[in-house]
Design a protein around this ligand. Sequence first.
Ligand SMILES: Cc1cc2nc3c(=O)[nH]c(=O)nc-3n(C[C@H](O)[C@H](O)[C@H](O)COP(=O)(O)O)c2cc1C
Length: 185
Amino acid sequence: MSDSERSFLFLVGSSRADGNTETLARHAAERLPPTADRHWLRLGDLSLPLFEDRPREGEGPCPAPSGLAATLLQATLSATDIVVVSPLDWYGVSTATKLYLDHWSGWMRVPGLDFLERMRGKTLWSVTVHGGQDPATAAPLVGTLRHTADYAGMRWGGALLGHGSRPGDVLRDTAALGRAKTFFS
Ligand SMILES: Cc1cc2nc3c(=O)[nH]c(=O)nc-3n(C[C@H](O)[C@H](O)[C@H](O)COP(=O)(O)O)c2cc1C
């Protein structure tokens, strides 16, 4: 696929605006080929409803989403590359990110949508900032996303990890900023 055919969807799952994770992801995005399309969505702004597993515990059909969930579904299906931009929250993805993934379980069961088939072959990426000292504690988050990619038949792009606690801290993590420069190449 040529660069001009690629479309990157950045899904920001931080619970604060202009957080460290978005800052790191924007550094990485600066190095995308100029012809690659890119879209940014803040999951917190979309106020997705809690996912309700109806009607029969993971089996029966689900209604097509409406409103903001439909916007998010359309953005997801339109992208060739999905970048999960989530801080490390309690060793996993943020609440907003997890809720987004929960909605996949419903979209998989919308009759005629063929969600999983349409996800196959896309690439899933992860950008994360953690506040603690040990980057190894981000392994559960990375594992969640890698397994999700496997499950959906997606390619795994990789994980970009940075360190920071207060907003702007990640700008002092020069090693992470260096990795950001080549992350998407
Ligand atoms: C609810 C919550 C849970 C957190 N859990 C962890 C954690 O498990 N490990 C860690 O290293 N940092 C943890 N942190 C710190 C954040 O990862 C850190 O502040 C990060 O910079 C936040 O990214 P953001 O600015 O993009 O929101 C947590 C912060 C919050 C608010």
